[in-house]
Design a binder for this molecule. Structure first.
Ligand code: NAP
Ligand code: ZN
Length: 347
């Protein structure tokens, strides 16, 4: 089958479009003909390589997909050939206490599909196999590309805002990197909860996009003092929640922007892992720092109800063909995107 793959970590030129081995279906798995995939920043991490993380090579990236079931493995029930489905990115053992309790994010066998799985096991390909627990019916009102773009970002945002930070109506939520995939869903979900999304982004065009997504206020990290603007917007009180995936350079400002008793929820660190803090803030302001990673299948089902109800819409802004996944990664790496980039694979 055709796929975009790489055999060694490195810059964009390690990516190749060409033939790779077809997936071999195992028990409990379903084989999908991928109609569309969507890009996530972990495609960049996988290709570049991460310190102290070993990923299977050769690698096909792609953690989000929508497609048609073309074969089912031994023991699969509830899914049939011909079903149109979307994918959930968590592979897990499905047998340990965490999995049985519906907390597969704590399974020792957790692997994010298309990031930690392989070799040759992601959605930037014509076919892929996933566990049967990783599929749900495709929402009928979405295009293939929109369907593919619903999962990883929305699921992660749901866990961050609903499960971890427990955002309440009226809460002011400062959202860093607000124009990207995670940020665009965070604006929409915060708004849906009845909170007040304060988006932080880096250009005029992206600011307009954040407003379109529903941000109540939009701040510009390229030309504004974010701490001063947050003080002004909150009447010097500070925000209830900071939503972060940028990391090191924004951490100090995040802490400064929080109200007493406020929370930072973080799922990534695109710009660096080594944040510093004056520990006095932690106890004096009685802050909470909450880590969040991907999400459970139950959270995915809950989040998808808002998509089905058309309360949240996958923000696909551009569609590439399969070889174009390389250009899509270039755009993402250079911060030249808004919302979600999708890859059209089927005819
Ligand atoms: N642990 C998890 O479960 C989980 C889940 C989802 C994502 N993540 C992490 O969250 C981060 C964002 O992922 P994503 O898929 O939303 O990516 P994305 O769609 O590319 O969005 C990232 C946004 O962050 C901002 N940004 C700030 N510094 C950047 C830099 N140096 N390079 C690129 N963008 C930068 C940009 O927005 P502005 O220009 O508006 O500032 C950009 O659009 C990644 O680190 C990813 O690994 C983690
Ligand atoms: Zn498990």
């Amino acid at each position: 089958m055709k796929a975009v793959s790489f055999s060694q970590h490195g810059s964009l030129d390690v990516l190749e479009y060409g033939d790779v081995p077809d997936p071999v279906l195992g028990p409990g798995e379903v084989l999908l003909r991928i109609e569309a995939a969507a890009c996530n920043f972990n495609d960049i991490w996988a290709r570049q390589g991460l310190p102290r993380v070993t990923l299977p090579l050769p690698h096909v990236s792609g953690t989000d997909a929508a497609g048609v079931v073309v074969a089912i493995g031994e023991g699969v029930t509830g899914v049939a050939v011909g079903d149109q489905v979307i994918t959930y990115p968590v592979r897990a053992c499905r047998r340990c206490n965490a999995c049985l309790a519906g907390e597969e994010v704590f399974c020792k066998g957790l692997k994010i599909w298309g990031f930690q799985t392989g070799p040759f096991d992601g959605s930037f390909a014509e076919y892929a196999k996933v566990q049967v627990e990783q599929v749900l019916p495709k929402p009928a009102h979405l295009t293939w590309e929109e369907a593919a773009a619903t999962t990883t970002s929305l699921l992660s945002v749901w866990r961050m805002l609903v499960t971890r930070a427990q955002v309440q109506p009226g809460d002011q939520v400062l959202i860093w990197g607000a124009s990207g995939g995670t940020g665009s869903f965070a604006i929409q979900l915060a708004k849906e909860i009845g909170a007040v999304p304060i988006a932080v982004t880096s250009s005029e065009a992206k600011a307009e996009w954040c407003s379109k997504m529903g941000a109540t206020h939009v701040l510009r990290s390229d030309c504004q003092d974010i701490q001063a603007e947050v003080a002004r917007l909150t009447d010097r009180r500070g925000v209830d929640v900071v939503f972060d995936h940028v990391g090191e350079p924004v951490w100090y400002t995040s802490v400064e922007c929080l109200r007493w008793g406020g929370k930072i929820v973080i799922c990534g660190a695109t710009e660096g892992f080594e944040a510093k803090i004056d520990l006095r803030y932690l106890w004096n302001k009685q802050l909470s720092f909450l880590g969040s990673h991907i999400g459970t299948r139950k959270e995915w089902v809950q989040a998808m109800k808002l998509v089905e109800a058309r309360r949240i819409h996958p923000p696909v802004t551009e569609i590439f063909d399969l070889p174009g996944a390389i250009e899509a990664q270039r755009r993402m790496e250079n911060r030249q995107l808004m919302g979600k980039l999708a890859i059209r694979i089927g005819s």
